[in-house]
Design a protein around this ligand. Structure first.
Ligand code: IPE
Ligand code: MG
Length: 230
């Protein structure tokens, strides 16, 4: 979800205004994706590297989590959204951690769409914490395999993403789901996150549909058909 700051700047507004609009874009995106039959939507909300931003911006973002949860949690829950938080929860403040725990608890029984919010998340962090868990579980080096790590990754409960979308014009992964995007279709758009909506989602899905997914195989028939999970 990139481009909030630039979106605000274009309007001569503070960056926080863009982040606020970004929350609305997220809620809109969840609804459109649910409507289009997407079962898993995973968003990068706050990276392990975002702590480097000004303390004003960081505390603004943390406050926004609390506001967003109190404003939208019950609505989204009523719409069948299950919320999962992925990332290093120990390092965020008590209030934010409690809000996330609460959001997960309240929505745990929902089945329409799973919204995973990557918060204080980094793809490399994820690989390292999975490896640490495997070691703590006493897995021997010769027994360590991809499955064994996958089961310990933050996104263990979801299939690998079919489609990876980055807004805001940068063409890089920036330490998002490194392990899981091995075979994802990548889609980059100049659209700034607060402007992201049904039109952009449908364009991304249309682009995805045109791709030929081979998963390293030679023939298109080798590819296993999957639902569109973004
Ligand atoms: C992304 O928007 C939102 C978060 C990281 C929370 P940015 O804040 O990166 O916006 P730009 O890239 O400066 O426009
Ligand atoms: Mg950015």
């Amino acid at each position: 979800m990139d481009g909030n700051g630039r979106w605000a700047k274009r309007r001569f507004m503070p960056r926080f205004f863009g982040h606020k609009q970004g929350v609305d874009a997220l809620v809109r995106t969840v609804r459109v994706c649910a409507d289009r039959g997407v079962e898993y939507l995973t968003v990068f909300a706050f990276s392990s590297e975002n702590w480097k931003r000004s303390s004003d911006e960081v505390s603004g973002l943390m406050g926004l989590v609390l506001v967003a949860v109190s404003k939208y949690l019950m609505k989204l829950s009523d719409e069948g959204v299950r919320i999962r938080i992925v990332g290093d929860r120990d390092a965020v403040g008590d209030k934010v951690r409690e809000a996330w725990d609460h959001a997960e608890r309240v929505t745990a029984h929902n089945t329409r769409i799973t919204l995973s919010v990557a918060f204080n998340y980094g793809g490399r962090w994820d690989v390292v914490q999975a490896a640490r868990r495997a070691m703590a579980d006493g897995i021997k080096p010769q027994d360590l395999d991809e499955d064994c790590l996958s089961r310990r990754m933050a996104m263990h409960f979801a299939p690998d993403p079919d489609l990876f979308i980055r807004t805001g014009g940068e063409v890089r992964i920036s330490n998002f789901l490194l392990w899981q995007v091995a075979y994802s279709e990548l889609y980059f758009t100049d659209c700034l996150w607060p402007d992201f909506g049904p039109e952009q989602i449908d364009a991304a899905i249309a682009s995805y549909r045109e791709r030929e997914r081979r998963f390293g195989g030679r023939l298109p028939e080798d590819a296993t058909p999957q639902a569109a999970n973004a």
